[in-house]
Write a protein that binds this ligand. Structure first.
Ligand SMILES: Cc1ncc(COP(=O)(O)O)c(C=O)c1O
Length: 404
């Protein structure tokens, strides 16, 4: 069984890739659907076959022959090939979570004594991983404001190995000039790593701009149904194959059942993301005009500082927005409690609209003054749009805001 590499899909558009990329035309027993190989190990018919496998393996990459579950699985390989095709990548590795994809990439490419630069407004756990935990491995880190390229260049040292950023960022949806970021990395011989969970490959394919590694929390839009946890690392064989090897040693692999759910979710990725782009734009415009709302952050609004660059490099502005409710913590709690459709929950990218009080949920360990200092006011709300009708969501938001 052959999982066709992404180059076979180069001429196809994202919706076709979402449905077909990476699959073998003829699957076992003529199955239309990618089979779920729920197995932890694989067998050989004879010692001659086992030895031939080992010989081939020792000489380099063995495609579509599997020895043991920690090193590969056909269902996982099919999900990886589909994501690689969507990202315009040579290859992709599926791992246990978005955080695992970040941890493996950093651990592989940040030896003891090295240095990494990360932009602010990145996912909080990523910042904690880089700022606190990598210190144990004698890895130093500098945080620079997203979009401040002078600060980025000034922070580069001889021992710097990785430039890391996210776009759009969380919770302010700031937009990185991806081409400029990649160019700085290339000219200084550094690996550029971009977490594009919020963008999805439907809205942005950063490898086309020269980025080396794209990371996703596949838990979000790629899975799309709030029913799995996974992470993805995509890029060239030169860079990603080392991470694949490292994952086989550290063991934070994904599992076939998750990969099967992911393949199913990916089939509707293009459809879902386009709808979520449309709904978010409509909701952002509604909120921006509402008297009970102070400010809205959404790259699709002309007032957003990232609007111009997002319009140049993205096919859509994404399905997440943040806004401040007029008032403080009490008013924003009352508003959230009055909502009937969105669920109060910490994730994003699925079929259900989710609402998050950023200070109380994502920064619950900080006191209000510390939150304020970190740029997180007590009335900041994040909304991750699902697939409900935009008009129903707007009516619900309106009734909840009107009650304040
Ligand atoms: C931008 C971003 N990156 C990474 C992660 C971590 O992903 P996971 O929860 O799949 O480990 C998240 C999770 O919320 C995220 O929002």
């Amino acid at each position: 069984m052959t999982h066709t590499r992404s180059s076979a899909y180069d001429h196809l558009l994202p919706s076709t890739r979402s449905v077909h990329a990476g699959e073998a035309r003829r699957k076992p027993l003529g199955s239309l659907i990618e089979p779920l190989f729920q197995t932890s190990t694989y067998t050989f018919d004879s010692m001659a076959e086992a030895v031939a496998f080992q010989d081939a393996h020792n000489k380099g990459h063995v495609e579509d022959v599997f020895e043991y579950g920690r090193y590969g699985n056909p269902t996982i390989a099919a999900a990886e090939a589909r994501i690689a095709a969507l990202e315009h990548a040579e290859t992709a590795v599926l791992v246990a979570s978005g955080m695992a994809s970040l941890a493996f990439t950093f651990l592989q490419y940040l030896p003891s004594g090295s240095h990494v630069i990360i932009t602010d407004d990145s996912y909080r756990r990523t910042r904690q991983l880089v700022e606190d935990h990598l210190k144990k491995f004698n890895v130093d880190c500098t945080v620079v404001p997203l979009g401040d390229f002078a600060a980025l260049e000034a922070a580069i040292r001889p021992e710097t190995r990785i430039l890391f950023s996210e776009t759009p960022s969380n919770p302010y949806l700031r937009v990185l000039d991806v081409e400029r970021f990649a160019e700085i990395g290339r000219s200084r011989g550094l690996i550029t790593v971009l977490d594009c969970t919020f963008a999805t490959p439907i809205n942005l394919t950063p490898l086309d701009y020269g980025i080396d590694v794209v990371i996703h929390s596949a838990t979000k839009y790629l899975g799309g149904h709030n029913d799995l946890l996974a992470g993805v690392i995509a890029g060239s064989h030169d860079v990603v194959d080392y991470i694949r090897g490292y994952v086989g040693i550290l063991g934070g692999i994904s599992d076939p059942n998750t990969a099967s759910l992911l393949i199913r979710g990916l089939k509707t990725l293009d459809l879902r993301v386009r709808q979520q782009n449309r709904t978010a734009q409509k909701v952002a415009e509604f909120l921006a005009a509402h008297p009970a709302v102070e400010q809205v952050w959404y790259p699709g609004l002309e007032s957003h500082p990232g609007h111009e660059i997002a319009s140049k490099q993205m096919a859509g502005y994404g399905g997440v927005l943040s806004f401040t409710v007029r008032g403080g913590r009490d008013e924003s709690f009352r508003f959230i409690d009055a909502l009937k459709i969105p669920y109060i929950s910490a994730s994003l990218g699925g079929t259900e609209t989710l609402v998050l009080h950023v200070a109380a949920q994502a920064y619950s360990d900080l006191k209000p003054q510390q939150c304020e200092k970190a740029g997180i006011p007590q009335n900041l709300v994040r909304l991750a749009l699902g697939l409900e009708d935009a008009d129903d969501l707007i009516a619900d938001l309106d009734q909840a805001l009107s009650g304040l």
